[in-house]
Design a binder for this molecule. Structure first.
Ligand code: AMP
Length: 182
């Protein structure tokens, strides 16, 4: 079974939901940079204060800040992991790769959850997080297209990428993911 995984996909694709199910089921470390940043914001740390301004606008926080969080958490050698929401651009992908090289823990699989724009917007509006208003959503989708989609080509060149249709129900998508993992 593959146990060092990245989840890629636009906001609202269901990365968090699926990552949380799969990581529980297979005892993987679930690392969501969005969740980690939100808890820094909640605790009112300096890092959280800096991040909140950008998160509220739907902008990406700086690579340096995100990396400092990921480096702290990554990565016990015996446990598999699942990264969700990171990397978000090529520079983060390169930093991640050099970190993983040092740790001798290469990525085994990148899962791309693909969902139509219409459905993404519906899902995000229904979720109601503080950065899920119409204006911010449009910005996040644009940033995804501009900054994150180059990773699709990047990981497909490395022969790591698998696409999953994320339009269906939660159980159906989970089953499709498991079929690829095992
Ligand atoms: P998410 O929960 O993944 O949708 O992330 C929520 C917000 O956190 C994003 O809109 C960004 O502001 C910030 N964020 C999360 N992950 C990253 C990352 N890898 N790089 C930069 N910003 C991030």
């Amino acid at each position: 079974m593959k146990k060092r995984l990245l989840f890629l996909g636009p906001p609202g694709a269901g990365k968090g939901t699926q990552a949380s199910r799969i990581s529980t089921k297979y005892n993987l470390l679930h690392l969501s940079t969005g969740d980690l940043l939100r808890s820094e914001v909640k605790e009112g740390t300096e890092l959280g204060k800096e991040a909140a301004i950008l998160m509220d606008k739907g902008e990406l926080v700086s690579d340096k800040l995100v990396l400092s969080i990921v480096e702290k958490k990554i990565i016990s050698p015996n446990q598999g992991w699942l990264l969700d929401g990171f990397p978000r651009n090529l520079s983060q992908a390169n930093s991640l790769e050099s970190l993983l090289k040092k740790l001798s823990q290469p990525i085994e699989l990148v899962l791309l959850l693909e969902v139509s724009d219409q459905l993404l917007i519906e899902r995000l509006l229904a979720r109601g997080r503080s950065d899920d208003n119409e204006e911010t959503i449009a910005n996040r989708l644009e940033i995804y297209r501009e900054k994150t989609t180059p990773l699709i080509e990047h990981y497909s060149r490395l022969d790591l990428l698998h696409s999953i249709n994320g339009d269906g129900g939660i159980n159906q998508i989970e089953a499709a993911i498991e079929e690829i993992l095992i």
